[in-house]
Design a protein around this ligand. Structure first.
Ligand code: PLP
Length: 436
C-alpha cells in the first residue's frame, strides 16, 4: 500500500522555523544543495550537535547517523583524538600563511598510506583537488581533452559539470547553466564500465586526451563497482596513449581501505585526489601522485595552483589525528562486519516485503537501489524508483535513522556504530519496507 510522504515538520517545529529563516537568507536555505531534502520532500533537519554515531536536531530529537557529513566522519563524531588535536592546534593560532611542520606530517601520512602517491599538495576541498589535478594533467601532457563518466561526481569543477552529448563518445554538453560550451567541448563523457566505448574514444581522440578521471568505486550515483576489465582498460589505454589516469578517491580514500580503493583493485593511477576523511571533518583536500608529474606545479613547474588557507593548521591537525588513528587502530575489519550485517538485514527486509531492489556495498559504503537490475552504470542507476526511495527515507527519518536524502548517494557506517545500532536500523527498515 502506498502512503503519502509523511509530513516531516510535525515533530520538528524548531527545524521548520530555522529552515524558514534560512530560506529568506540563502538560496534554498542551504549552502550545498544535497542538504535541502529536494529529492525526498519535506523540510531539512537542522542539526544542533553530534556525538559518536548520533546527530541531535534543534528539537532535541536523536538520529542514528548514516551520512557522517557525507563521508568524512569515519570515526564517528567528535572522536577524542581529533578533538584533542584541534584544541592543541587552536591554542597556537588558526592560520599563518607560512609553512608548518604539520603539513609535512599530513603529507607523509598520505604518501605512506597511498602507494601511488610520491608527492602531494594539500588544498581545502575535494573540488579544489579534482580541479587542480585536471589542470595538472593538461599542463603536463600539453593536451586538452579529459574523459569522465556519467554518474561520477568530481565536485563543481566547470569542465567536469558535463553531461553526455546526444550520441555516445561525443563531446559533452554543460550540465549546469553558467558552464560554457567552450569549457565542456574539452570533456568527453562516457558510460562507466563500458570498455568498448572507452577503447573507441581512445582510438578516435587518443593523441588529444590529457587524462581520464573516474571514481574507482562510485559513490555518487549510489555505490557502483568497476569491473576488473574496466580497471585494466583504463590503465592500459591511458598508458598506451600517454594520458594520465586520475583516480578520484575523495570519497573512497581511507574509507574502503586505508590505502584507498586503488589498494583493493590493484590499480596504479598517475594522480589521486583526496578529500573528506583526509580532513577528519575539517576542510581538507589533496592531490598527489607521480613525483615527475607533481613537479609540474608552481613553484617548481609552471602549472598554477595556490590557496590562502591550504594546509590550514586546524584542518591539518584534524586530518593528521584521523589518519593516525586509522593507521594505529584500523577500524576496517569492524566496519566490514557491521556493514555486512546491515547489508544482510536490509536485503532480508526488502525481500520479506517483496520490494524490488539491488544492494551494492564495498566496505562501509553501500546503497540500496530500488531497482532489481544489476547497476553497472548511470544507464541502470537512473531507472530507480526514486518515489519509493523518498517514502523509505522519510519513514526511517521519523524513526530516528538518518540515511542519505537521495537514492543516488552511498550510506556510510562509522566506527562509532555498534551492533545494536545496526539491528535497530534493520528493524526500522523492515517496518518501512512494509509500507512501501
Ligand atoms: C565529495 C566528492 C568530491 C567533491 O568534494 P568537495 O569537498 O565536496 O568539494 C569530489 N569527488 C568525489 C568522488 C566526491 O565524493
Amino acid at each position: 500500500m502506498k502512503s503519502e510522504t509523511p509530513a516531516l515538520p510535525t515533530k520538528r517545529p524548531a527545524s521548520t522555523a530555522a529552515f524558514e529563516r534560512a530560506l529568506r537568507l540563502m538560496p534554498g536555505g542551504v549552502n550545498s544543495p544535497a542538504r535541502a531534502f529536494g529529492a525526498v520532500g519535506g523540510s531539512p533537519v537542522f542539526i544542533d550537535r553530534a556525538d559518536g554515531a548520533y546527530l541531535f536536531d534543534l528539537d532535541g530529537n536523536r538520529y542514528l547517523d548514516y551520512i557522517g557529513s557525507w563521508g568524512p566522519q569515519i570515526l564517528g563524531h567528535r572522536p577524542p583524538a581529533v578533538v584533542e588535536a584541534l584544541e592543541r592546534a587552536l591554542s597556537r593560532g588558526t592560520s599563518y600563511g607560512a609553512p608548518t611542520e604539520a603539513e609535512s606530517e599530513l603529507a607523509e601520512q598520505i604518501i605512506d598510506a597511498v602507494a601511488s602517491i610520491e608527492k602531494v599538495r594539500l588544498v581545502s576541498s575535494g573540488t579544489e583537488a579534482t580541479m587542480s589535478a585536471v589542470r595538472l594533467a593538461r599542463g603536463f601532457t600539453g593536451r586538452d581533452l579529459i574523459i569522465k563518466f556519467s554518474g561520477n561526481y568530481h565536485g563543481h569543477v566547470d569542465s567536469l559539470l558535463v553531461a553526455a552529448g546526444s550520441s555516445a563518445a561525443t563531446l559533452g554538453a554543460p550540465s549546469s547553466p553558467g558552464v560554457t560550451s567552450g569549457t565542456t567541448k574539452d570533456t568527453l563523457v562516457l558510460e562507466y564500465n563500458d570498455v568498448a566505448e572507452l577503447a573507441q574514444a581512445f582510438s578516435v581522440h587518443g593523441s588529444q586526451i590529457a587524462g581520464v578521471i573516474f571514481e574507482p568505486v562510485v559513490g555518487n550515483m549510489g555505490v557502483v563497482k568497476p569491473s576488473e576489465e574496466f580497471c585494466q582498460s583504463l590503465r592500459q589505454l591511458t598508458r598506451e596513449h600517454g594520458a594520465l589516469l586520475i583516480c578520484d578517491e575523495v570519497m573512497t580514500g581511507f574509507r574502503v581501505a586505508f590505502g584507498g580503493a586503488q589498494s583493493l583493485l590493484g590499480l596504479e593511477p598517475d594522480l589521486t585526489t583526496l578529500g573528506k576523511i583526509v580532513g577528519g571533518g575539517l576542510p581538507v583536500g589533496a592531490y598527489g601522485g607521480r613525483a615527475d608529474v607533481m613537479d609540474h606545479i608552481l613553484p617548481v613547474g609552471q602549472v598554477f595552483q595556490a590557496g590562502t588557507l591550504s594546509g590550514n593548521p586546524l584542518a591539518t591537525a584534524a586530518g593528521c589525528a584521523t589518519l593516525k588513528q586509522l593507521k594505529e587502530t584500523p577500524p576496517y575489519e569492524r566496519l566490514e562486519k557491521l556493514s555486512a550485517r546491515l547489508e544482510a538485514g536490509l536485503r532480508k527486509a526488502a525481500e520479506a516485503a517483496g520490494v524490488p531492489h539491488t544492494l551494492a556495498r564495498v566496505g562501509s559504503m553501500m546503497t540500496l537501489f530500488f531497482n532489481p537490475e544489476p547497476i553497472v552504470s548511470w544507464r541502470e542507476a537512473s531507472q530507480c524508483d526514486t518515489d519509493r526511495f523518498a517514502r523509505y527515507f522519510c519513514h526511517l527519518l521519523d524513526r530516528g535513522i538518518y540515511m542519505p536524502c537521495s537514492q543516488y548517494e552511498a550510506l556510510f557506517v562509522s566506527a562509532a556504530h555498534c551492533e545494536d545500532d545496526i539491528d535497530e536500523t534493520i528493524a526500522a527498515a523492515g517496518e518501512a519496507m512494509q509500507t512501501l
